[in-house]
Design a protein around this ligand. Structure first.
Ligand code: 13P
Length: 251
């Protein structure tokens, strides 16, 4: 049985004061209201080292990106290595978010390198995949996402060391969500693709999150879909009531 993962991607938001207050509020509610799911927050790099110093038992911490360089240290201005993230106390890192694929031109090959760097340092990459609206309208969603899976997931991935997040680009920050049928079709196709790549036991244990306009009002339905093992939450992770409102649908 795959344990659900409720993950927040804070993106490029918050000052020090706002971020610390939000993290404390999440840690407090998570310590009081425990459910049979894992909780992960991924604050910006301005906040991660500060938040990691707070007591946060039962909540995993992640970064939103990692260096593509397969080095712990070196002349890579602006980069943060997997080893440095691990040293801070992170357990996870988002890689290949569609915002980075689109705005920072990250290819599947780059995403795969980053995921590999993370796994090799003991971090769990949350590998994001998802089609654009145009690709969906052209009937290419399954083909595009399966290609992203094939080319972004490293061969050493297992159900324990890597998480997939399906985030249709057109559903991110728009309030639009795919139908339950479309989510089920995609998540099933992703699991099949993982099976053909890495085998049945990896496929059956790997968590596949859904992301894109998840809110307390739609979380129960989306997280109830077959092969959906949690959520990657953007906007709604910035308010503890909304983030926990989503988590609470799984209690
Ligand atoms: P929203 O929840 O704001 O749509 O963002 C989803 C997302 O991009 C999480 O990574």
């Amino acid at each position: 049985m795959r344990k659900k993962l409720i993950a927040g991607n804070w993106k490029m938001n918050q000052t020090k004061a706002d971020g610390l207050a939000l993290a404390k509020a999440v840690f407090e509610v998570a310590s009081k209201e425990k459910g049979n799911f894992d909780v992960l927050i991924c604050p910006g790099m301005n906040l991660l080292p500060l938040i990691a110093e707070l007591p946060h038992e039962g909540v995993y911490l992640g970064a939103q990106d990692v260096s593509v360089a397969p080095k712990d240290f070196g002349a890579y201005t602006g980069d943060v290595s997997a080893a440095q993230l691990k040293d801070l106390g992170a357990s996870h890192v988002i890689v290949g978010h569609s915002e980075r694929r689109a705005m920072r031109h990250e290819t599947d090959a780059i995403v795969k390198e980053k995921a590999l760097n993370a796994i090799e340092k003991g971090l769990i990459p949350v590998v994001c995949v998802g089609e654009t609206l145009e690709e969906r309208e052209e009937g290419k969603a399954l083909e595009i996402v399966c290609r992203q899976i094939r080319e972004s997931v490293p061969s050493i991935a297992t159900g324990e060391n890597l998480v997939v997040a399906y985030e249709p680009v057109w559903a991110i920050g728009t309030g639009k969500v795919p139908s339950v049928q479309d989510v089920e079709e995609m998540h099933t196709a992703i699991r099949e693709e993982i099976k053909s790549l890495l085998g049945e036991s990896v496929a059956s244990t790997m968590r596949i999150l859904y992301g894109g306009s998840v809110k307390p009002s739609n979380a129960k339905e989306l997280l109830g879909v077959a092969n959906v093992d949690g959520a990657l939450i953007g906007g709604a992770s910035l308010k503890v009531e909304d983030f926990w409102g989503i988590a609470a649908t799984q209690m």
